[in-house]
Design a binder for this molecule. Structure first.
Ligand SMILES: [Zn+2]
Length: 204
């Protein structure tokens, strides 16, 4: 295991928090760091190194066990389960919830971090030679997702989890109509996202 770890690289990818453009809420907290969705979309970048290093990462098969480490946060638990179901319904990838953290390939946990623009982030560990994923950790930033000032709808929370699960199975950002759009979490899983996952896992 130690030898394998030698080849592991880590990639972090974040979904930037966005202010809902139709929202009646005015962001009163840290306005300098909470520009509009459009501005955030332009400023968010995945580092070049991480982008290249993460190319074609994938699990050995199109399924993975997920542990929800969300304690008693019912809304995030429900949203995570909805996101898992949404991916499973696409028939491109199957997530199975496990009750044992040590058996999980992917974990989902909350974080509270006002100092990042990310509403969610995914860290993946993979074998640098084979590109096989080893672990993925998704963190949901309750500072944005469950803060009335940011007016996240339940659907946008679900979209955020779908996005991070997308990273956790090897998807990269997509500036089109895609759940992998880098900011704002406005899109759910779209046809091109399903096609991409099928391409990664079924057409290799
Ligand atoms: Zn992202």
């Amino acid at each position: 295991m130690k030898n394998i770890l030698h080849f592991l690289r880590k990639l972090s990818c974040a979904l930037v928090a966005g202010i809902s453009l139709g929202s009646t809420f005015i962001p009163a907290i840290r306005p300098a760091k909470t520009p509009s969705h459009v501005v955030l979309a332009k400023t968010h970048q995945v580092s070049k190194t991480a982008k290249n290093a993460g190319k074609n990462c994938h699990w050995s098969k199109n399924s993975a066990k997920v542990y929800l480490d969300l304690a008693d946060n019912q809304q995030l638990t429900q949203a995570s389960q909805a996101a898992i179901s949404a991916w499973n319904d696409t028939d491109s990838f199957t997530f199975t919830e496990t009750s044992k953290k040590k058996n999980a390939q992917i974990t989902i946990e909350p974080m509270f971090d006002p100092d990042t623009k990310a509403a969610g982030q995914a860290s993946i560990t993979y074998n640098h030679k084979t590109k096989l994923l080893n672990k993925a950790k998704i963190q949901l930033n309750v500072y944005y997702l469950q803060n009335l000032m940011y007016a996240y709808s339940y659907q946008r929370i679900v979209n955020t989890v779908e996005h991070e699960l997308g990273h956790a199975i090897g998807l990269k950002h997509n500036n089109g109509k895609s759940v992998m759009y880098p900011a704002g979490s406005v899109y759910p899983i779209e046809p091109q996202d399903i096609a991409k996952v099928k391409q990664i896992y079924h057409e290799k």
